[in-house]
Design a protein around this ligand. Structure first.
Ligand code: SF4
Ligand code: SF4
Length: 214
């Protein structure tokens, strides 16, 4: 499971950094390295691009897992270079940006957009399999999430557009509800296709979502 990110357009990053001449860059050694958006190579490329804008990069670090508490240790070790910067440019997912912001009073600028949490289906190809809705229906949909796998997010499907097992929105892609049907059939549970799934009650997972053990 990886958090999938993509780099913001460089022009947007340039604008966000407009008021800072000195920048410290933080990358992430886990998800953002795997998606090639915030690993060592991308951090060094960003340093080069910022230097072309005549900014000073006071230092950089690729934190092993930017979203966890060990980020505090790396930031402490690099305290001086961070202090010399006007802001920190974070090349990690939003969880990493949030984590970095907990340990500094410097402005924190995200260089990436966080898209979704996905699994690697084949090398280099990630797919969203859960949108963390808080009311899972996978037990009745043969392990396929209709919210994320169906292009319309239909909790009751298929829609009228499914054609020979393909989705009308994306003809290259299997219709989620056709897949659910096939799997339920193998499992001898086709009766579940007739089960009505009521609209999600988003009151059960109010934002900000929290969880407490015990
Ligand atoms: S129904 Fe889909 S989005 Fe909701 S928890 Fe289950 S897998 Fe995740
Ligand atoms: S064709 Fe299938 S996957 Fe596509 S929108 Fe309709 S039900 Fe969803």
């Amino acid at each position: 499971m990886k958090t999938i990110t993509k780099q913001k357009p460089f022009e947007e990053i340039r604008q966000k950094l407009q008021r800072y001449n000195r920048v410290y860059i933080i990358g992430c050694g886990t998800c953002a390295t795997m998606t090639q958006t915030g690993g060592r190579d991308q951090v060094l490329a960003m340093q080069e691009s910022l230097e072309k804008l005549e900014k000073t990069v006071t230092g950089w670090a690729v934190i092993p897992t930017a979203c966890d508490e060990m980020t505090a240790v790396t930031m402490k070790e690099n305290e001086r270079s961070i202090r010399n910067a006007g802001c920190i440019l974070v090349m990690a997912c939003a969880m990493g940006v949030h984590r970095v912001s907990l340990y500094t009073n410097k402005p924190v600028v995200p260089a990436l957009d966080t898209l979704f949490i996905g699994v690697e289906e084949k090398p280099g190809f990630f797919r969203e399999v859960c949108a963390q809705c808080g009311q899972c229906v996978l037990g009745e949909t043969a392990g396929i999430c209709p919210l994320t796998a169906c292009n319309k997010g239909l909790l009751n499907g298929p829609c009228g557009g499914t054609n020979e097992g393909k989705c009308e929105v994306d003809k290259e892609k299997d219709c989620a509800w056709a897949l659910i049907y096939q799997r339920l059939k193998i499992q001898g549970r086709l009766d579940l296709m007739r089960k009505y799934h009521p609209p999600k009650n988003y009151q059960v997972a109010l934002r900000p979502k929290t969880f407490k053990l015990g």
